[in-house]
Design a protein around this ligand. Structure first.
Ligand code: HAM
Length: 411
């Protein structure tokens, strides 16, 4: 007897059964439509990336979470944990030919060997929208606006989510005013980003280990109480332009948004559900140094990553588990083999008219046909018996209302 294999996928990886796929398609459709509506061009790359591009030693999380291996030629290879380094590499490779600012979008499968919690898997799809080469806050407006549009297209309303916005530059200036020198800021950002995820005492210890004096640690925590973005020109402009664009109500200033990735330099943002039940829905910001850091020419950039896991949990909880299936098209069945030709011809005629048809594969009793049809994805059902073939027409039932109309059978 062969050893019985587990039917579970590898830990943290996901199977998509049809009901899961219906959700994934609904979410991806909104991503694609919002990207297209805002003029972002689709791009893609292989999920396997050079390890050296991804390995950063700045103490941030994603670097530690990489799945990596050596291929048969001893090349150090990794599964990408995010798309941004790959985007930077692709842009750097053609930086002379591409015309800037460029607006690119993709839905990238990403892998992170991280601790599994609610909303965090070891594999997820992440919609990315990025603008490279635009200095003005218009880039943030277009990127955040596209993500808000995607949430609306999925069926969520303004009251379901908020985009929490801050600026690392602004936070840096506040830290500097409190006496913490700029060379310590990167480390302070990474430590303060852990707030809410680990106790403040541990964060304090991290900061002291990094060389901050007790007074500086207190000052860093005090800055986290700032409630107003007054005096930060880029945030003032972002809020004003978002008003014109129609999504200012979706934004809130929140100094505690710092982001765990070290490459952000300016405005940063993270979206949460309004009740605070789920992990971040999307996150992003401005990153000025990544192109330069990987060896390209320096270029400013703004972008975000929007995962499929959290938003699907949120959609299910707000709209219902079954809300993803949109009933459409026809189920067509037949009573005996004698009506099989008529059913095939009827289905073919409907399909030529652009309708989706789920044609029964064998003769069925009417009860069984209608019970399966009403559980399936069709909006209408037509069941062909001997009398229908004789009469040359079939009754078509609207499965939602029970209403019946007649349609001619193809001859
Ligand atoms: P991130 O905050 O690491 O940013 O991830 C962005 C989003 O991806 C999260 O808000 C979440 O929706 C989703 N996500 C991340 N990790 C997981 C996971 N393990 N399971 C499920 N969902 C996850 C970035 O990755 C940046 N590269 C985004 C970016 C693009 N910044 C500029 N351009």
């Amino acid at each position: 007897m062969p050893e019985k294999l587990s039917f579970e996928p590898p830990r943290g990886m996901r199977d998509f059964y049809p009901a899961d796929m219906a959700w994934r398609n609904r979410v991806f459709d909104a991503f694609r439509a919002a990207g297209e509506a805002a003029g972002f061009q689709p791009y893609d790359a292989c999920v396997v990336e050079n390890y050296d591009l991804l390995a950063r030693k700045s103490g941030e999380e994603v670097g530690d979470q990489i799945y990596h291996f050596f291929d048969k030629s001893e090349r150090h290879i990794a599964l990408r944990p995010e798309m941004t380094p790959t985007l930077a590499r692709m842009v750097a490779q053609r930086q002379k030919e591409l015309s800037f600012p460029l607006k690119w979008t993709t839905i990238a499968q990403c892998f992170r060997y991280e601790r599994m919690t609610k909303g965090r898997k070891r594999e997820h799809y992440q919609w990315n929208v990025d603008i490279i080469g635009e200095e003005s806050v218009m880039a943030e407006v277009e990127v955040v606006g596209a993500a808000v549009d995607a949430l609306r297209r999925m069926g969520l309303s303004q009251s379901d989510f908020k985009v929490h916005v801050s600026s690392r530059r602004f936070l840096g200036s506040l830290l500097e005013k409190s006496g913490i020198p700029p060379e310590r800021h990167a480390q302070v950002f990474l430590a303060l980003d852990k707030r809410g995820k680990m106790p403040d005492e541990e964060i304090g210890a991290m900061l002291r280990d990094g060389g901050l004096s007790p007074a500086e640690v207190d000052a860093a925590f005090a800055v986290m109480d700032v409630k107003s973005y007054e005096g930060c020109a880029e945030l003032e402009e972002l809020f004003a332009l978002a008003r014109t664009a129609g999504f200012a109500d979706a934004l809130v200033f929140d100094i505690s948004v710092i982001r765990g990735l070290s490459y952000y330099t300016g405005i940063v943002f993270e979206c949460f559900d309004s009740k605070g039940e789920f992990r971040a829905i999307f996150g992003g910001g401005r990153y000025d140094n990544l192109l330069g850091a990987i060896g390209g020419e320096q270029a400013t950039a703004v972008g975000l990553g929007f995962g499929d896991v959290v938003v699907t949990e949120l959609l299910k909880s707000r709209l219902g588990e079954d809300a993803a299936v949109e009933k459409k098209g026809y189920a067509v069945g037949f009573m005996f083999d004698g009506q099989r030709d008529a059913a095939i011809a009827f289905a073919a005629a409907l399909r030529r008219r652009g309708q989706c048809v789920n044609l029964s594969l064998s003769a069925q009793k009417p009860k069984k046909f209608f019970s399966r049809a009403s559980q399936g994805g069709a909006a209408f059902a037509a069941f062909i018996g001997p009398d229908d073939v004789e009469a040359g027409e079939v009754r078509v039932k609207d499965l939602a209302t029970g209403e019946e109309t007649k349609e001619a059978l193809a001859r």
